[in-house]
Write a protein that binds this ligand. Structure first.
Ligand code: CP
Ligand code: NVA
Length: 303
């Protein structure tokens, strides 16, 4: 039976550990995997803009001997032209997998139900699993382990936060989510991560206090306004500015490293000087997007 990757919520700790190990092995031994997708084609549907996800999937698939077709829904020619189920069923007639970046998670569920091939979530309103895998690969390489680390996410509780929570809990990584009041992560996802964490030893804390991030090994932040959110920056800036990840926050918390999925907004959610500092893992995360996704496709396509 085909498997999709829409969220990590239904994965076991062992399965995610294996995927992380596969990503690391594939990164270290690229020649051994140069043909695992030979003759395979991936259709990539993007309802929203992308730099990292689009390019890392395309180049990554190419490095595995496969081929990616990019479908641009932003131009408006595809969006709304037919139902999601029909689009997915058609794509599955030719493609061996579908990668999709969509506004609504429900669209991914429709894709997955209608397509006879694996569907990979390349970001939706609720999750960004490919990002989380790259981030834990980055922490794994940097610290030599993920289990027992503490990651403190500071900023808007969003799709990136949710996937970090679920994947982190599965991997035994303690999570502190620090948001302004009213911008907390989805309580149902926090609850799910807490339940997973009870089995893996990961603690999950949702708070509005920066001081709760003291002792974290690494801080993580993301944009205050996700794609599709047209709230004017001026109306939220005052609320979020105390949560800016900067040198002072690194010193107060004692965190050694900083992560950000990017695109980053210099001197808003993170200072430009911190992005450019030796504490920044941003480019390693970006690099690892490709290795994580290559492992996902290799796993899902049984290559
Ligand atoms: N981090 C990330 O998903 O970047 P893009 O939006 O550029 O793909
Ligand atoms: N939370 C951001 C992530 C971008 C990669 C967004 O959804 O726009």
């Amino acid at each position: 039976m085909k498997q999709d990757l829409l969220t990590f919520s239904d994965w076991t700790p062992d399965a995610l550990h294996s995927l992380l190990e596969l990503a690391l092995t594939m990164k270290q031994s690229p020649a051994a995997y140069a043909n695992v997708l030979a003759g395979k084609s991936v259709a990539a549907v993007f309802e929203k803009p992308s730099l990292r996800t689009r390019v890392s999937f395309d180049i990554g698939i190419n490095k595995l001997g496969g081929h990616m077709v990019y479908l641009d829904c932003q131009a408006g020619k595809l969006a709304g032209r037919e139902d999601a189920v029909d689009m997915a069923a058609n794509l599955a007639c030719w493609a061996d997998a579908i990668v999709a970046r969509v506004f609504s998670h429900q669209t991914l569920e429709q894709f997955a139900s209608a397509a006879k091939v694996p569907v990979v979530n390349a970001l939706c309103d609720k999750y960004h699993p490919c990002q989380a895998l790259a981030d834990y690969l980055t922490l794994y390489e940097t610290f030599g382990q993920v289990k027992g680390l503490t990651l403190a996410y500071v900023g808007d509780g969003n799709n990136v936060t949710h996937s970090l929570l679920l994947a982190g809990a599965l991997l035994g990584c303690n999570q502190v989510v620090v948001t302004p009041p009213g911008h907390e992560a989805d309580p149902a996802i926090v609850a799910k991560a807490t339940t997973i964490g009870q089995a893996t030893g990961a603690s999950i804390v949702q708070t509005t206090q920066i001081s709760d991030a003291a002792g974290a090994d690494a801080l993580y932040t993301d944009t205050w306004l996700s794609m599709g959110d047209d709230t004017p920056l001026t109306t939220i800036k005052e609320k979020f500015m105390p949560y800016q990840v900067n040198e002072d926050m690194m010193a107060i918390t004692g965190a050694k490293y900083v992560l950000h999925c990017q695109p980053a907004h210099r001197d808003l959610e993170i200072t430009g000087s911190l992005i450019d500092s030796s504490k920044s893992l941003l480019m390693l995360e970006a690099e690892n997007r490709m290795h994580g996704q290559n492992a996902i496709l290799t796993h899902l396509l049984g290559a």
